[in-house]
Design a protein around this ligand. Structure first.
Ligand SMILES: [Zn+2]
Length: 298
């Protein structure tokens, strides 16, 4: 008699568990998931109001696609959304800083490159002008020298020619001084061009080593441990901006609704944070299909 009684109780217990599980699933589909806001670490620079706004945006991502009410905010709901600051967000902050540093170097390179280009043009123009002045000077000098030689070989110049030659000599000396000034200017311009060239090379090598460093540290695809869901909590640990936060939120809300990971990389419910379009956040056909299968919607 006792034996039979036990068997019946076991049967009832198993049946009950199955029944409650089934009921919970149906309730999620029918009544939706209520959530509240729990702990929001101030280090994220996101207020509770902003977090509610993000959750509401994630919520409508799902609801617009599905065409049914799936989630609602309720300050008393057991399921709380928390922002928990740890080394994951610290690493995201480091990534942003690193990216900003690289962008600043690129901008500085662009500025120096333009300056280098315009100084090089200026140098070429001045060097051409200098060459022209120099050959004019050499021509005048040669003609002066051959006249002096001629008259020296012929017993000296008459007074008027002598005076004329003395004037030419003074003018040549003036031209020479002028050429020297231009030569010095040209040399200091060349030095500036060279300095800028070195500066550009420095920026390039700093930039390239920063990019290498960035790629090693940050380019590996991130798994969705930016957040997690367990019975009464959605914890979010890391995001790079509001769009990123909205995506993580929508993913964890999907879990709270009872969805599993799906394989297509653009889907919100994909386990990797890689293929989703953050600038145009939306539920994919596969995400939608997962809800339909779960709840038996057509
Ligand atoms: Zn997940």
């Amino acid at each position: 008699m006792r034996k039979i009684l036990t068997l019946i109780l076991m049967g009832v217990a198993v049946f009950s568990a199955g029944y409650f599980f089934d009921k919970y699933e149906k309730n999620t589909c029918r009544a939706g998931v209520a959530y509240s806001i729990g702990n929001v670490d101030q280090k994220f620079n996101v207020s509770e109001e902003q977090l509610i706004e993000v959750a509401s945006k994630s919520e409508s991502m799902w609801e617009k696609a599905v065409g049914r009410d799936m989630f609602h905010y309720d300050p008393k709901a057991k399921l709380a959304v928390n922002l928990i600051f740890d080394d994951r967000q610290q690493s995201a902050i480091n990534e942003t800083k690193s990216r900003e540093k690289i962008a600043a170097l690129e901008q500085s390179y662009e500025g120096s490159f333009k300056k280098h280009e315009s100084l090089t043009d200026q140098y070429k123009e001045q060097a051409k002008l200098y060459d022209e002045l120099l050959s004019a000077y050499n021509e005048s000098l040669n003609s002066y020298n051959s006249l002096v030689n001629y008259w020296n070989n012929n017993g000296g110049a008459p007074d008027d020619i002598y005076n004329d030659l003395e004037q030419k000599k003074a003018s040549l000396s003036g031209q020479f001084d002028n050429l020297e000034i231009k030569r010095n200017d040209l040399n200091s311009l060349a030095a500036r061009v060279n300095d800028l060239g070195k500066q550009l090379a420095n920026i390039t090598s700093t930039h390239n080593s920063n990019v290498d460093h960035y790629n090693v540290q940050f380019s590996a695809p991130k798994r969705f441990d930016q957040g997690d869901f367990s019975q009464n909590t959605i914890n979010i640990y890391q995001f790079s901006d509001i769009n990123d936060l909205t995506l993580v939120m929508a993913h964890e809300m999907g879990h709270a609704f009872g969805l599993e990971h799906i394989t297509s990389s653009a889907s919100v419910m994909n386990a990797l944070m890689e293929g989703q379009d953050r600038s145009n956040l939306a539920i994919t056909a596969d995400d939608l299909n997962a809800v339909k299968i779960k709840c038996g919607y057509k």
